[in-house]
Design a protein around this ligand. Structure first.
Ligand SMILES: Cc1cc2nc3c(=O)[nH]c(=O)nc-3n(C[C@H](O)[C@H](O)[C@H](O)COP(=O)(O)OP(=O)(O)OC[C@H]3O[C@@H](n4cnc5c(N)ncnc54)[C@H](O)[C@@H]3O)c2cc1C
Length: 405
Protein backbone atom coordinates (compact mmCIF):
# COMPACT_ATOMS: atom_id res chain seq x y z
CA UNK A 1 0.00 0.00 0.00
CA UNK A 2 0.97 3.65 -0.37
CA UNK A 3 2.57 5.02 2.80
CA UNK A 4 2.02 8.80 2.93
CA UNK A 5 5.48 10.16 3.77
CA UNK A 6 6.57 13.80 3.56
CA UNK A 7 9.42 14.80 1.27
CA UNK A 8 11.49 15.71 4.34
CA UNK A 9 11.03 12.23 5.82
CA UNK A 10 11.84 10.59 2.48
CA UNK A 11 14.98 12.76 2.15
CA UNK A 12 16.04 11.79 5.67
CA UNK A 13 15.84 8.11 4.65
CA UNK A 14 18.06 8.89 1.68
CA UNK A 15 20.84 9.91 4.10
CA UNK A 16 24.23 9.65 2.45
CA UNK A 17 22.97 7.25 -0.25
CA UNK A 18 23.62 8.46 -3.74
CA UNK A 19 22.43 9.30 -6.27
CA UNK A 20 19.54 11.28 -4.74
CA UNK A 21 16.63 10.73 -7.11
CA UNK A 22 13.34 12.67 -7.25
CA UNK A 23 10.47 10.95 -9.09
CA UNK A 24 7.50 13.15 -9.97
CA UNK A 25 4.23 11.22 -10.40
CA UNK A 26 3.19 8.00 -8.62
CA UNK A 27 1.38 6.57 -11.65
CA UNK A 28 2.33 3.40 -13.50
CA UNK A 29 5.77 4.62 -14.62
CA UNK A 30 6.87 6.61 -11.54
CA UNK A 31 5.73 4.00 -9.05
CA UNK A 32 7.41 1.16 -10.98
CA UNK A 33 10.66 3.14 -11.07
CA UNK A 34 10.48 4.00 -7.35
CA UNK A 35 9.81 0.39 -6.33
CA UNK A 36 12.49 -0.97 -8.67
CA UNK A 37 15.07 1.43 -7.17
CA UNK A 38 13.94 0.59 -3.61
CA UNK A 39 14.29 -3.12 -4.41
CA UNK A 40 17.91 -2.32 -5.27
CA UNK A 41 18.54 -0.65 -1.90
CA UNK A 42 18.07 2.94 -3.05
CA UNK A 43 15.88 5.63 -1.44
CA UNK A 44 14.27 7.74 -4.16
CA UNK A 45 11.85 10.52 -3.20
CA UNK A 46 8.44 9.94 -4.78
CA UNK A 47 5.91 12.79 -5.04
CA UNK A 48 2.34 12.77 -6.36
CA UNK A 49 0.06 15.72 -7.05
CA UNK A 50 -3.19 13.85 -6.28
CA UNK A 51 -4.85 13.13 -2.96
CA UNK A 52 -4.22 9.66 -1.58
CA UNK A 53 -7.65 8.32 -2.40
CA UNK A 54 -7.96 7.54 -6.11
CA UNK A 55 -10.58 5.47 -7.90
CA UNK A 56 -9.67 2.36 -9.83
CA UNK A 57 -9.43 4.37 -13.05
CA UNK A 58 -9.74 2.31 -16.17
CA UNK A 59 -8.88 -1.13 -17.51
CA UNK A 60 -5.44 -2.00 -18.81
CA UNK A 61 -4.46 -4.86 -21.08
CA UNK A 62 -0.83 -5.47 -20.25
CA UNK A 63 1.43 -6.94 -22.92
CA UNK A 64 4.38 -9.18 -21.95
CA UNK A 65 6.74 -6.16 -21.74
CA UNK A 66 5.81 -5.93 -18.06
CA UNK A 67 6.72 -9.52 -17.15
CA UNK A 68 10.48 -9.15 -16.49
CA UNK A 69 9.96 -6.00 -14.38
CA UNK A 70 7.20 -7.53 -12.25
CA UNK A 71 9.29 -10.72 -11.88
CA UNK A 72 12.25 -8.62 -10.69
CA UNK A 73 9.97 -7.12 -8.04
CA UNK A 74 8.83 -10.60 -6.99
CA UNK A 75 5.24 -9.78 -7.99
CA UNK A 76 4.49 -12.37 -10.67
CA UNK A 77 2.20 -14.55 -8.53
CA UNK A 78 0.21 -11.56 -7.20
CA UNK A 79 -0.02 -10.16 -10.72
CA UNK A 80 -1.56 -13.38 -12.02
CA UNK A 81 -4.04 -13.37 -9.12
CA UNK A 82 -5.10 -9.74 -9.68
CA UNK A 83 -5.56 -9.96 -13.45
CA UNK A 84 -7.29 -12.13 -16.06
CA UNK A 85 -5.74 -13.80 -19.09
CA UNK A 86 -6.63 -12.31 -22.47
CA UNK A 87 -6.75 -15.22 -24.89
CA UNK A 88 -8.93 -14.10 -27.79
CA UNK A 89 -9.44 -10.94 -29.82
CA UNK A 90 -12.59 -10.40 -31.88
CA UNK A 91 -13.26 -7.42 -34.16
CA UNK A 92 -16.74 -6.72 -35.55
CA UNK A 93 -18.07 -4.37 -38.23
CA UNK A 94 -21.13 -2.16 -37.72
CA UNK A 95 -23.19 -4.88 -39.43
CA UNK A 96 -22.24 -7.32 -36.66
CA UNK A 97 -20.04 -9.34 -39.03
CA UNK A 98 -16.84 -10.63 -37.49
CA UNK A 99 -14.02 -8.98 -39.44
CA UNK A 100 -11.20 -10.67 -37.65
CA UNK A 101 -10.76 -13.08 -34.79
CA UNK A 102 -7.52 -14.50 -33.53
CA UNK A 103 -5.91 -16.28 -30.63
CA UNK A 104 -3.83 -13.91 -28.52
CA UNK A 105 -2.03 -16.94 -27.10
CA UNK A 106 -0.84 -17.88 -30.57
CA UNK A 107 0.16 -14.30 -31.43
CA UNK A 108 1.91 -13.33 -28.18
CA UNK A 109 2.07 -16.41 -25.95
CA UNK A 110 5.70 -17.23 -26.76
CA UNK A 111 6.72 -13.86 -25.22
CA UNK A 112 4.81 -14.12 -21.93
CA UNK A 113 1.47 -13.02 -20.50
CA UNK A 114 -1.21 -10.73 -21.89
CA UNK A 115 -3.46 -9.85 -18.93
CA UNK A 116 -6.37 -7.54 -18.12
CA UNK A 117 -6.18 -5.56 -14.87
CA UNK A 118 -7.67 -2.37 -13.41
CA UNK A 119 -5.18 0.51 -13.24
CA UNK A 120 -5.89 0.92 -9.50
CA UNK A 121 -5.18 -2.78 -8.89
CA UNK A 122 -1.88 -2.49 -10.76
CA UNK A 123 -0.84 0.46 -8.58
CA UNK A 124 -1.89 -1.45 -5.47
CA UNK A 125 0.16 -4.44 -6.64
CA UNK A 126 3.22 -2.26 -7.19
CA UNK A 127 2.97 -0.92 -3.64
CA UNK A 128 3.19 -4.43 -2.13
CA UNK A 129 5.44 -4.20 0.92
CA UNK A 130 4.78 -0.44 1.21
CA UNK A 131 5.57 2.54 -0.99
CA UNK A 132 6.45 5.87 0.66
CA UNK A 133 5.00 8.80 -1.32
CA UNK A 134 4.33 12.49 -0.63
CA UNK A 135 0.76 13.18 -1.82
CA UNK A 136 -0.48 16.66 -2.78
CA UNK A 137 3.06 17.51 -3.80
CA UNK A 138 4.33 18.85 -7.13
CA UNK A 139 7.36 20.75 -8.40
CA UNK A 140 6.88 24.30 -9.63
CA UNK A 141 10.46 25.20 -10.62
CA UNK A 142 13.55 23.23 -11.64
CA UNK A 143 16.90 24.97 -11.58
CA UNK A 144 19.94 23.24 -13.01
CA UNK A 145 22.97 24.22 -10.95
CA UNK A 146 26.47 22.84 -11.55
CA UNK A 147 26.42 19.37 -10.00
CA UNK A 148 22.79 18.98 -8.91
CA UNK A 149 19.23 19.97 -9.73
CA UNK A 150 17.48 22.32 -7.31
CA UNK A 151 13.74 21.73 -7.27
CA UNK A 152 11.14 24.02 -5.77
CA UNK A 153 8.28 21.84 -4.51
CA UNK A 154 4.85 22.69 -3.17
CA UNK A 155 3.82 20.11 -0.56
CA UNK A 156 0.38 20.57 0.98
CA UNK A 157 0.50 24.23 -0.04
CA UNK A 158 3.92 24.81 1.58
CA UNK A 159 6.83 25.69 -0.68
CA UNK A 160 10.42 24.58 -0.18
CA UNK A 161 13.58 23.69 -2.12
CA UNK A 162 15.67 20.52 -2.23
CA UNK A 163 18.69 19.36 -4.25
CA UNK A 164 18.78 16.11 -6.23
CA UNK A 165 21.28 14.28 -8.44
CA UNK A 166 18.53 13.15 -10.81
CA UNK A 167 14.98 14.33 -11.43
CA UNK A 168 12.59 12.03 -13.29
CA UNK A 169 9.33 13.47 -14.62
CA UNK A 170 6.76 10.67 -14.72
CA UNK A 171 3.71 12.89 -14.45
CA UNK A 172 1.78 11.61 -17.44
CA UNK A 173 0.76 12.78 -20.87
CA UNK A 174 -0.12 16.30 -19.65
CA UNK A 175 3.13 16.59 -17.68
CA UNK A 176 3.71 20.08 -16.29
CA UNK A 177 7.16 19.13 -14.96
CA UNK A 178 8.26 18.56 -18.57
CA UNK A 179 7.43 22.21 -19.33
CA UNK A 180 9.72 23.39 -16.50
CA UNK A 181 12.74 22.11 -18.46
CA UNK A 182 11.78 21.52 -22.11
CA UNK A 183 10.62 24.28 -24.43
CA UNK A 184 7.11 23.81 -25.89
CA UNK A 185 8.66 23.53 -29.37
CA UNK A 186 10.31 20.22 -28.27
CA UNK A 187 6.91 18.64 -27.59
CA UNK A 188 4.76 17.48 -30.52
CA UNK A 189 1.07 16.67 -30.03
CA UNK A 190 -0.88 14.28 -32.24
CA UNK A 191 -4.64 14.76 -31.98
CA UNK A 192 -7.06 12.31 -33.62
CA UNK A 193 -10.04 14.62 -33.05
CA UNK A 194 -11.78 11.69 -31.29
CA UNK A 195 -12.47 10.97 -27.63
CA UNK A 196 -14.64 8.79 -25.42
CA UNK A 197 -15.64 7.42 -22.04
CA UNK A 198 -14.67 4.45 -19.90
CA UNK A 199 -17.55 2.73 -18.09
CA UNK A 200 -17.87 -0.58 -16.28
CA UNK A 201 -20.20 -3.47 -16.97
CA UNK A 202 -21.02 -6.80 -15.37
CA UNK A 203 -18.74 -9.75 -16.24
CA UNK A 204 -20.18 -12.08 -18.88
CA UNK A 205 -19.26 -15.40 -20.45
CA UNK A 206 -16.53 -13.76 -22.62
CA UNK A 207 -14.08 -13.54 -19.70
CA UNK A 208 -10.93 -13.99 -21.77
CA UNK A 209 -11.95 -12.10 -24.93
CA UNK A 210 -11.30 -8.54 -26.02
CA UNK A 211 -14.03 -7.51 -28.41
CA UNK A 212 -14.30 -4.31 -30.46
CA UNK A 213 -16.64 -2.72 -32.98
CA UNK A 214 -15.13 -0.30 -35.44
CA UNK A 215 -18.17 1.52 -36.78
CA UNK A 216 -18.73 4.62 -38.90
CA UNK A 217 -18.04 7.55 -36.55
CA UNK A 218 -18.00 5.30 -33.48
CA UNK A 219 -15.91 2.77 -31.61
CA UNK A 220 -16.87 0.40 -28.79
CA UNK A 221 -14.42 -1.91 -27.02
CA UNK A 222 -15.05 -4.47 -24.25
CA UNK A 223 -12.11 -5.44 -22.06
CA UNK A 224 -12.60 -7.84 -19.11
CA UNK A 225 -10.71 -7.49 -15.82
CA UNK A 226 -11.35 -9.59 -12.68
CA UNK A 227 -15.01 -9.29 -11.72
CA UNK A 228 -16.14 -6.83 -14.39
CA UNK A 229 -15.75 -5.55 -17.91
CA UNK A 230 -14.21 -2.23 -18.89
CA UNK A 231 -15.92 -0.50 -21.79
CA UNK A 232 -14.54 2.27 -23.98
CA UNK A 233 -17.06 4.07 -26.19
CA UNK A 234 -15.76 6.82 -28.42
CA UNK A 235 -16.28 8.91 -31.50
CA UNK A 236 -15.39 12.22 -33.13
CA UNK A 237 -15.36 15.00 -30.53
CA UNK A 238 -17.88 16.96 -32.59
CA UNK A 239 -20.35 14.15 -31.73
CA UNK A 240 -19.23 13.20 -28.21
CA UNK A 241 -19.82 16.80 -27.02
CA UNK A 242 -23.51 15.81 -26.96
CA UNK A 243 -22.76 13.89 -23.77
CA UNK A 244 -22.79 10.16 -22.86
CA UNK A 245 -26.54 9.48 -23.18
CA UNK A 246 -27.02 11.22 -26.54
CA UNK A 247 -23.80 9.71 -27.91
CA UNK A 248 -24.81 6.19 -26.78
CA UNK A 249 -28.04 6.63 -28.78
CA UNK A 250 -26.03 7.88 -31.79
CA UNK A 251 -23.89 4.73 -31.64
CA UNK A 252 -27.03 2.55 -31.63
CA UNK A 253 -28.26 4.43 -34.70
CA UNK A 254 -24.94 3.98 -36.48
CA UNK A 255 -24.63 0.26 -35.81
CA UNK A 256 -26.86 -2.02 -37.90
CA UNK A 257 -26.65 -4.78 -35.28
CA UNK A 258 -26.08 -4.28 -31.57
CA UNK A 259 -25.31 -7.58 -29.83
CA UNK A 260 -26.70 -7.85 -26.26
CA UNK A 261 -23.19 -7.50 -24.81
CA UNK A 262 -22.66 -4.17 -26.57
CA UNK A 263 -26.23 -3.06 -25.94
CA UNK A 264 -25.69 -3.46 -22.17
CA UNK A 265 -22.48 -1.43 -22.46
CA UNK A 266 -24.28 1.42 -24.26
CA UNK A 267 -27.05 1.40 -21.65
CA UNK A 268 -24.38 1.64 -18.91
CA UNK A 269 -22.83 4.64 -20.70
CA UNK A 270 -26.18 6.38 -21.04
CA UNK A 271 -26.82 5.78 -17.31
CA UNK A 272 -23.44 7.17 -16.19
CA UNK A 273 -23.42 10.88 -17.05
CA UNK A 274 -20.43 11.55 -14.77
CA UNK A 275 -18.10 9.18 -16.72
CA UNK A 276 -14.59 10.52 -17.22
CA UNK A 277 -13.89 11.70 -20.76
CA UNK A 278 -10.57 10.91 -22.51
CA UNK A 279 -9.43 12.84 -25.53
CA UNK A 280 -7.61 10.60 -27.98
CA UNK A 281 -4.41 12.59 -28.40
CA UNK A 282 -0.80 11.82 -27.62
CA UNK A 283 2.55 13.61 -27.29
CA UNK A 284 6.10 12.93 -28.39
CA UNK A 285 9.16 14.76 -27.05
CA UNK A 286 12.26 15.57 -29.09
CA UNK A 287 14.46 15.12 -25.97
CA UNK A 288 13.99 12.68 -23.14
CA UNK A 289 16.98 13.83 -21.11
CA UNK A 290 18.56 17.18 -20.33
CA UNK A 291 21.59 16.70 -18.09
CA UNK A 292 20.26 15.27 -14.81
CA UNK A 293 16.62 15.55 -15.83
CA UNK A 294 14.74 12.78 -17.66
CA UNK A 295 11.23 12.02 -18.86
CA UNK A 296 9.57 8.65 -18.29
CA UNK A 297 6.31 6.99 -19.40
CA UNK A 298 3.59 9.12 -21.00
CA UNK A 299 5.50 12.29 -20.07
CA UNK A 300 8.15 11.22 -22.61
CA UNK A 301 5.84 9.63 -25.17
CA UNK A 302 2.14 9.66 -24.39
CA UNK A 303 0.07 6.92 -25.97
CA UNK A 304 -3.27 6.68 -27.70
CA UNK A 305 -5.06 3.71 -26.13
CA UNK A 306 -5.58 2.15 -29.60
CA UNK A 307 -2.78 -0.45 -29.43
CA UNK A 308 -3.15 -0.86 -25.64
CA UNK A 309 0.56 -0.74 -24.99
CA UNK A 310 1.34 2.62 -23.25
CA UNK A 311 1.34 1.27 -19.70
CA UNK A 312 3.39 -1.78 -20.69
CA UNK A 313 6.02 0.41 -22.35
CA UNK A 314 6.01 2.70 -19.29
CA UNK A 315 6.75 -0.30 -17.04
CA UNK A 316 9.47 -1.57 -19.37
CA UNK A 317 11.10 1.89 -19.51
CA UNK A 318 10.93 2.24 -15.72
CA UNK A 319 12.77 -1.09 -15.39
CA UNK A 320 15.43 -0.01 -17.89
CA UNK A 321 15.92 3.32 -16.12
CA UNK A 322 16.09 1.69 -12.68
CA UNK A 323 18.88 -0.65 -13.79
CA UNK A 324 20.91 2.28 -15.09
CA UNK A 325 20.34 4.59 -12.12
CA UNK A 326 21.16 1.80 -9.70
CA UNK A 327 24.59 1.37 -11.23
CA UNK A 328 25.33 5.12 -11.41
CA UNK A 329 26.97 7.36 -8.85
CA UNK A 330 26.45 11.09 -8.50
CA UNK A 331 28.91 11.96 -11.26
CA UNK A 332 27.69 9.38 -13.81
CA UNK A 333 23.96 10.15 -13.58
CA UNK A 334 23.83 12.20 -16.83
CA UNK A 335 25.51 9.33 -18.72
CA UNK A 336 23.10 6.78 -17.21
CA UNK A 337 20.11 8.90 -18.27
CA UNK A 338 21.44 9.27 -21.81
CA UNK A 339 22.02 5.53 -22.00
CA UNK A 340 18.40 4.96 -20.89
CA UNK A 341 17.15 7.31 -23.61
CA UNK A 342 19.28 5.59 -26.27
CA UNK A 343 17.93 2.17 -25.28
CA UNK A 344 14.24 2.97 -24.74
CA UNK A 345 13.33 5.84 -27.00
CA UNK A 346 13.47 3.95 -30.33
CA UNK A 347 11.42 1.12 -28.82
CA UNK A 348 8.79 3.36 -27.27
CA UNK A 349 8.48 5.54 -30.37
CA UNK A 350 8.06 2.44 -32.50
CA UNK A 351 5.19 1.25 -30.26
CA UNK A 352 3.74 4.77 -30.33
CA UNK A 353 3.88 4.77 -34.15
CA UNK A 354 1.99 1.48 -34.10
CA UNK A 355 -0.73 3.06 -31.90
CA UNK A 356 -1.02 6.00 -34.29
CA UNK A 357 -1.25 3.72 -37.33
CA UNK A 358 -3.95 1.66 -35.67
CA UNK A 359 -5.85 4.86 -34.83
CA UNK A 360 -5.72 5.84 -38.51
CA UNK A 361 -7.28 2.46 -39.34
CA UNK A 362 -9.85 2.40 -36.54
CA UNK A 363 -11.21 5.92 -36.42
CA UNK A 364 -13.24 6.50 -39.59
CA UNK A 365 -16.34 8.65 -39.91
CA UNK A 366 -18.13 7.98 -43.20
CA UNK A 367 -20.28 4.88 -43.72
CA UNK A 368 -18.94 4.14 -47.18
CA UNK A 369 -15.28 4.69 -46.31
CA UNK A 370 -15.76 2.56 -43.18
CA UNK A 371 -17.07 -0.31 -45.36
CA UNK A 372 -13.94 -0.06 -47.53
CA UNK A 373 -11.83 -0.07 -44.36
CA UNK A 374 -13.75 -3.13 -43.08
CA UNK A 375 -13.03 -4.97 -46.30
CA UNK A 376 -9.29 -4.21 -46.05
CA UNK A 377 -9.23 -5.11 -42.35
CA UNK A 378 -10.89 -8.48 -43.01
CA UNK A 379 -8.12 -9.31 -45.47
CA UNK A 380 -5.25 -8.12 -43.27
CA UNK A 381 -3.41 -10.71 -41.20
CA UNK A 382 -2.69 -10.59 -37.48
CA UNK A 383 0.77 -9.29 -38.30
CA UNK A 384 -0.63 -5.97 -39.56
CA UNK A 385 -1.82 -5.15 -36.05
CA UNK A 386 0.67 -7.03 -33.91
CA UNK A 387 3.75 -7.32 -36.15
CA UNK A 388 5.55 -4.25 -34.72
CA UNK A 389 4.74 -5.33 -31.14
CA UNK A 390 5.97 -8.88 -31.77
CA UNK A 391 9.20 -7.46 -33.19
CA UNK A 392 9.73 -5.28 -30.09
CA UNK A 393 9.05 -8.23 -27.83
CA UNK A 394 11.53 -10.38 -29.74
CA UNK A 395 14.20 -7.68 -29.36
CA UNK A 396 13.63 -7.07 -25.65
CA UNK A 397 16.51 -5.58 -23.77
CA UNK A 398 17.52 -8.27 -21.30
CA UNK A 399 20.40 -6.37 -19.71
CA UNK A 400 20.49 -6.97 -16.00
CA UNK A 401 23.29 -4.57 -15.03
CA UNK A 402 22.26 -4.53 -11.37
CA UNK A 403 20.21 -7.54 -10.28
CA UNK A 404 17.73 -7.09 -7.46
CA UNK A 405 19.30 -8.34 -4.25
C1 LIG B 1 -8.74 4.93 -21.39
C2 LIG B 1 -7.36 4.42 -21.48
C3 LIG B 1 -7.12 3.09 -21.74
C4 LIG B 1 -5.80 2.61 -21.81
N1 LIG B 1 -5.59 1.30 -22.05
C5 LIG B 1 -4.33 0.81 -22.04
C6 LIG B 1 -4.11 -0.58 -22.17
O1 LIG B 1 -5.03 -1.37 -22.34
N2 LIG B 1 -2.82 -1.03 -22.10
C7 LIG B 1 -1.77 -0.20 -21.92
O2 LIG B 1 -0.61 -0.67 -21.85
N3 LIG B 1 -1.96 1.14 -21.80
C8 LIG B 1 -3.21 1.67 -21.86
N4 LIG B 1 -3.42 3.01 -21.71
C9 LIG B 1 -2.26 3.92 -21.61
C10 LIG B 1 -1.68 3.93 -20.19
O3 LIG B 1 -2.68 4.15 -19.26
C11 LIG B 1 -0.60 5.00 -20.07
O4 LIG B 1 0.32 4.86 -21.12
C12 LIG B 1 0.15 4.82 -18.72
O5 LIG B 1 -0.75 4.98 -17.65
C13 LIG B 1 1.27 5.82 -18.60
O6 LIG B 1 1.78 5.77 -17.29
P1 LIG B 1 2.42 7.09 -16.62
O7 LIG B 1 2.86 6.68 -15.27
O8 LIG B 1 3.40 7.67 -17.57
O9 LIG B 1 1.22 8.10 -16.52
P2 LIG B 1 -0.02 8.03 -15.53
O10 LIG B 1 -0.38 6.62 -15.25
O11 LIG B 1 -1.03 8.94 -16.12
O12 LIG B 1 0.53 8.66 -14.16
C14 LIG B 1 0.93 9.99 -14.02
C15 LIG B 1 0.86 10.34 -12.52
O13 LIG B 1 1.45 11.63 -12.31
C16 LIG B 1 0.62 12.39 -11.45
N5 LIG B 1 0.88 13.81 -11.73
C17 LIG B 1 0.43 14.55 -12.77
N6 LIG B 1 0.96 15.79 -12.72
C18 LIG B 1 1.76 15.83 -11.61
C19 LIG B 1 2.59 16.83 -11.04
N7 LIG B 1 2.73 18.04 -11.59
N8 LIG B 1 3.27 16.53 -9.91
C20 LIG B 1 3.15 15.30 -9.33
N9 LIG B 1 2.39 14.32 -9.84
C21 LIG B 1 1.71 14.56 -10.97
C22 LIG B 1 -0.80 11.95 -11.81
O14 LIG B 1 -1.71 12.25 -10.76
C23 LIG B 1 -0.57 10.44 -12.00
O15 LIG B 1 -0.67 9.75 -10.78
C24 LIG B 1 -4.71 3.51 -21.64
C25 LIG B 1 -4.97 4.86 -21.37
C26 LIG B 1 -6.26 5.31 -21.29
C27 LIG B 1 -6.50 6.77 -20.98
Amino acid sequence: MFVPTSVTAQLAATGQHEPRVLIVGAGVAGLTLAQSLRARGMHPVLVERAEQRQDSGYMLGLMPFVDPVLDDLGLERHYLEQSVAVRQYRLCASTGAVLRSFSVDTALGEFGHYRGIERGRLLELLTTGGAPVAFRTAPNAVERTGGTVRVCLTENETEFRADFDAVIAADGVHSTTRGLVLGAERVETHDTGWGGWVTWGEPDEWLDTYQEIWGPGCFVGLYPVPGRTGVFTGGPRTDTTRGPAAFAQLVRDRLRTVEPRFSRALTALADTPESHYWSLSDVRCADWTVGRFALLGDAAAGFLPTAGVGAAMAVESAGALARRLASADRSTVPRALLDYERAQRPRVESAQRNSRQLAALMLWRGRLSSRVRDFATALAGVDTALGPIRKLLAQRDHDRAVPVS
